[in-house]
Every structure is written in C-alpha cells, then in structure tokens.
Design a binder for this molecule. Structure first.
Ligand SMILES: [Zn+2]
Ligand SMILES: [Zn+2]
Length: 320
C-alpha cells in the first residue's frame, strides 16, 4: 500500500465532531467555524477588484489573458494540487514538482501541503460527520466557501502529508503561499504596461491586464474549483456505488478540466485520469499526457480493468 493510500485509509486525523447537532436541527457553527471577517479580507478583495475590472475597460487582450490565466491555473489545481500532491497519481522530478507547487500556489488557494492535507481528509471521511466540507450534511454555502473562510481549518495537518513535508522547498511554498500570487500579479501588470506601449492598437494597459488577468480570473478560478466541493456532491449522475454523494457531470468537467467526473474519482482516486471513457472529456489528463511525451512526468496511473467491469455491470467484481 502506498503512503497516499495509507493516508487515505487509516491515518488518524483530528476529528471534527459537531456535538450540538441533532438529526433534525440545523448544525450550529462552533466559534472557530464562523466567518472570520479579518482573515477573509484578501478573499473578498480579490472579488471586489475582479468586479472593478469593468472600470478599467475591456479589450480582447485582457479577456484572452483572463481565460488563459483561468485554464492554465485550473490545470495547476487539478493536475498539480489534486492529482499529484493529494493523490500522487504520477511521478515527476523534484525540480518539476517544485514548478507544480509554485504554479499551484499562484492560484491563491493556499499552499500545496494545506490543499493536499484537507483533500485527503475529504476522501477519508466523505459525506460523514467528519468530512470538513460535506455538501450533503452542511449545505451549499458551507461546502463551497464557508469552511475556507473560518479559522478552524486554516492550519495544515502535516501528519496527513508526511510524504510531502520531507521536501523543504514545498514547506517553504506552503508557509509563504502569498509569494507566487504576488509575483504573478506583478508580472501580469508589467506585461500589460509593455503591451500598452508596444502595441497601442490592443487598447490595453497595466491596470486593465492586472484586473482581468489576475483578479477576475482568480475569482472565477475560486468558484470553478469550489464547485467540486459543493456541486459535484449534489448535481450529476452516479455510476459507482461509492457510499457517499459524489456525482459525474460533463458541465463541471469542462469548467474544471476533468474534475467533474467526481464519482469516478471517488471510486478510484488512485487513477490520474478521471474520465474513464474517451467521451468523458478530461483536459487535465490530456495535458499530463503531453507532459509525459516530453519526459516531464511519468508512471501515470490509470483505471484497472476491474473498474471498467464495475462500470459496465454496476457490481464490484473484486475489491480494488
Ligand atoms: Zn468529493
Ligand atoms: Zn481527490
């Protein structure tokens, strides 16, 4: 059993028990689960500045940058934070691992160790009382952003990511997770300044690029990502009997570069690929396949035949 499998299955993690809940009452939030207004200021400011982008004017260059920054960083969340750091579904070099971590941190969704630790916890306790962001038990708002905007889940549970904490560079990025977004935002601003001077016909400038390319795209990226914690456990179809509420959704898969095949993923999280058939569009998988052609990643894990048999019959043939 790999380290990640062991973590998913048996490693003790702090239990979050809401003793004030009864079957029919609305769960009461503990003090440290309430909205942390002070700590949430950066999150809300990204949204406000993203919306203020309408006052900087709009250009095809700015919209193009927004779309590019959305999808290139969605890959960083799905291909790096999720499929690599959380599940270790392929291998890479230490140098490219660092690139993946930095790229992921540029999404302003905390560091790779924080992200992976919380996500492993979700797989271990999906839709039970201990699941940090169960949409079934705690509703849409909580599963989408509520759990992120409180103090309780801010620390990184290093016990859950022992396979990653051994790398000092990953610990550094995790601790200083604001550095990558700052570098990215500054780079986009100066790129906009350059374009404004070198190609005035593009009708863009530094501020416009910064707002659309960083703040608007980061805002949309937040909600695209968070849809997997919320909507992917509420809307869609069910192929596998996984014992929790995960669903498959083509629309969510297009928005999130393949993460919408969430029921497939909960059934077999050890596969890098999340769509199991060719028509289940999984753009993160295609990107990683291209990376593998260049030797950047290797040993990409896929679904075994037993999973395909189970998909056909709806029954488990053997335990996988
Ligand atoms: Zn899930
Ligand atoms: Zn996962």
């Amino acid at each position: 059993m790999s380290t990640v499998e062991a973590t998913l299955k048996s490693e003790p993690i702090e239990q979050v028990i809401h003793q004030s809940e009864t079957k029919h009452s609305k769960p009461k939030l503990a003090v440290d689960e309430r909205l942390d207004w002070g700590g949430s200021i950066p999150f809300f400011m990204v949204h406000v500045i993203g919306i203020l982008a309408i006052f900087t004017g709009i250009s095809w260059a700015a919209v193009g940058m927004c779309v590019f920054m959305y999808y290139s960083r969605m890959f960083a969340i799905t291909g790096a934070y999720h499929r690599y750091f959380s599940h270790r579904t392929y291998k890479t070099s230490r140098f490219f691992q660092f690139i993946l971590a930095f790229w992921g941190a540029s999404c302003a969704q905390q560091g790779p160790l924080w992200w992976a630790a919380h996500h492993r916890h979700h797989h271990k306790f999906s839709d039970t009382e201990q699941d940090i962001h169960s949409a079934k038990l705690r509703g849409l708002w909580w599963s989408h952003v509520g759990w992120i905007l409180c103090k309780r889940y801010a620390p990184t549970n290093e016990e859950a990511v022992k396979d990653l904490t051994k790398y000092p560079e990953l610990r550094w990025i995790n601790k200083n997770h604001g550095v990558a977004p700052l570098i990215l935002a500054s780079s986009i601003f100066f790129f906009g300044v350059f374009l404004g001077h070198a190609f005035p016909g593009l009708h863009t400038n530094g501020l416009q690029m910064l707002c659309w390319g960083f703040f608007t795209s980061t805002t949309i990226l937040y909600h695209g990502t968070f849809c997997i914690n919320s909507l992917a456990h509420l809307l869609g179809s069910v192929r596998f009997k996984t014992g929790e509420e995960s669903k498959n959704s083509l629309i969510l898969s297009i928005i999130t570069m393949g993460e919408g095949w969430h029921n497939n993923h909960h059934r077999y999280p050890y596969s890098e690929r999340q769509g199991i058939y060719w028509w289940e569009i999984d753009m993160s998988h295609y990107v990683l396949k291209v990376f593998s052609l260049f030797g950047l990643v290797w040993d990409i894990k896929l679904h075994p035949q037993e999973i395909y048999a189970e998909a056909r019959t709806g029954e488990k043939e053997i335990a996988v």
